[in-house]
Design a protein around this ligand. Structure first.
Ligand code: PA5
Length: 442
């Protein structure tokens, strides 16, 4: 098992017996997911990570990553939401949150098309001015406005730089049968990878959507998949008392019922920042329906103890914390003794930053508990790909079960589709005239 949970700082508010009391409803939601009998059951391809990529596809994906790396100093990854967050989260967690700035053998990765900022895209192009570039464009629908607009601009840049050779610098990850991106890919001869029909955007990190950029960054995608496969076997267990995933789901449901409607995902290393963004999408888009669900938020410690810390300790009692603690840092630095102790820090002499960080974690958990903000602390031994894959799957499974326990379809996103349609209408897309007229009367 690559993850443990410390419920100590929750027990006084939600004791173990209370969590066990709702085990039957959580187990029933787990069965609904595993039997594929609930709403959205045509989007459960992610449940079996071992079946997500055929051995041939995986080998072709690795070969494609090698080809792109050999021909590029920088790769621009175009996508938004589920077609963006997982890849960036994994690269920052497994390699570095400063990936583009560290010395490395792999190309820089720039994530674009996840906003409509001209200055962002221009700055990225300026940063790549002296490097050979390639583009990975990711969109399941193939029609989402933000990535489509960015890709049109990038195609022009590729044509300007490489002329007829531009097409060999584009890889498209999209639906196998439909969408403008697929049509374009076929016409231009781009290499393509398929996003399986039965996997929605926010559950797609272990498909080519996430795996291609992650492989490009040199991270171990097979380790990632193997961790996820082991987590799948673990999470499927119907033994509530030994299944931490089900216990986590039970705890967050009871917290919501007790009025704690905000789940604050907290990390203790900047490598976790984008994983928290991925979690916010996963839970927010899956559960936030029919006026239900926890609001997912995030904080990075100790940084945010100096901004949000006061509120967490003493503000409105709406929060609980889900903390991810990494056992071993990938680097080691220690405080050294200094002659005369000018800054009064000699009491820390010999102590590693990792140890200081872990003591800070304990100090904060105790302070927040005393202040009335409960927490669950999920610990993973290190930043290995195997353990990360395990953790990603753990949260995906928890989210699916949790959505069913809440009585919503955790695999659709009608609210996101609403904004997309309104945007099409207000931008004048053909076919949206009636909606545009309706909106102009508001
Ligand atoms: O989780 C989801 O389904 C969404 O966040 C999508 O990933 C996002 O809207 C991007 O859609 P697409 O991949 O179709 O461009």
């Amino acid at each position: 098992m690559a993850l443990s949970i410390d419920f100590t700082h929750l027990d006084s508010m939600i004791p173990p017996a209370e969590r066990r009391r709702i085990a039957p409803e959580i187990l029933s939601a787990q069965r609904t997911l595993l039997d594929r009998s609930g709403a959205g059951n045509d989007f459960l391809g992610w449940v079996d990570p071992a079946a997500l990529n055929s051995p041939q596809d995986l080998s072709r994906l690795e070969a494609c990553a090698k080809r792109l790396a050999a021909q590029s100093g920088a790769v621009l990854v175009v996508g938004i939401g589920g077609s963006y967050l997982g890849a960036r989260a994994a690269v920052e967690y497994l390699v570095s949150p400063m990936y583009n700035s560290i010395p490395k053998q792999t190309p820089d990765l720039w994530f674009v098309g996840n906003d409509v900022s001209a200055s962002h895209l221009s700055d990225v192009l300026a940063a790549c001015r002296d490097k050979e570039i390639s583009v990975i464009v990711i969109s399941k629908s193939g029609t989402t406005t933000e990535p489509a607009v960015a890709f049109r601009i990038l195609k022009k840049e590729l044509a300007r730089r490489y002329g007829a050779g531009a097409a060999s610098r584009v890889v498209a990850v999209t639906d196998k049968a439909r969408g403008a991106l697929l049509t374009m890919a076929r016409a231009e001869g781009y290499e393509t990878f398929v996003i399986p029909d039965d996997v929605g955007g926010r559950y797609s990190v272990l498909t080519p959507v996430g795996l291609l950029p992650i492989a490009l960054a040199g991270a171990d995608i097979r380790g990632l998949l193997s961790g996820a496969a082991d987590a799948a076997a673990y999470c499927a267990s119907p033994d509530f008392d030994s299944n931490l995933c089900l216990q986590y789901v039970a705890a967050r449901h009871l917290l919501l019922r007790a009025g704690r409607s905000v789940e604050l995902f907290c990390g203790w290393d900047p490598c976790f920042t984008m994983t928290a963004e991925w979690l916010k999408q996963l839970f927010g888009e899956s559960e936030g329906k029919q006026h239900k669900g926890l609001f997912p938020a995030s904080a990075g410690f100790t940084t945010d103890l100096h901004s949000l810390g006061q509120f967490i300790q003493d503000g409105s009692r709406v929060l609980f914390e889900t903390v991810v603690s990494i056992g071993e840092d990938t680097a080691s630095l220690s405080v050294e003794a200094e002659q005369g102790d000018p800054d009064g820090l000699n009491y820390l002499a010999g102590m590693s930053l990792g140890e200081i960080n872990h003591r800070a974690q304990r100090a904060v958990a105790l302070a927040h508990q005393a202040g009335g903000t409960p927490s669950m602390i999920l610990s993973t031994p290190s930043r290995s790909a195997y353990e990360y894959g395990w953790m990603l799957y753990f949260f995906e499974f928890a989210c699916g079960v949790s959505g069913y326990a809440l009585g919503v379809n955790p695999f659709d996103q009608p609210g996101v589709e609403d904004y997309k349609k309104n945007m099409f209408a207000l931008l004048g897309k053909p076919g949206y005239e009636a909606l545009a007229a309706q909106l102009s009367n508001k």
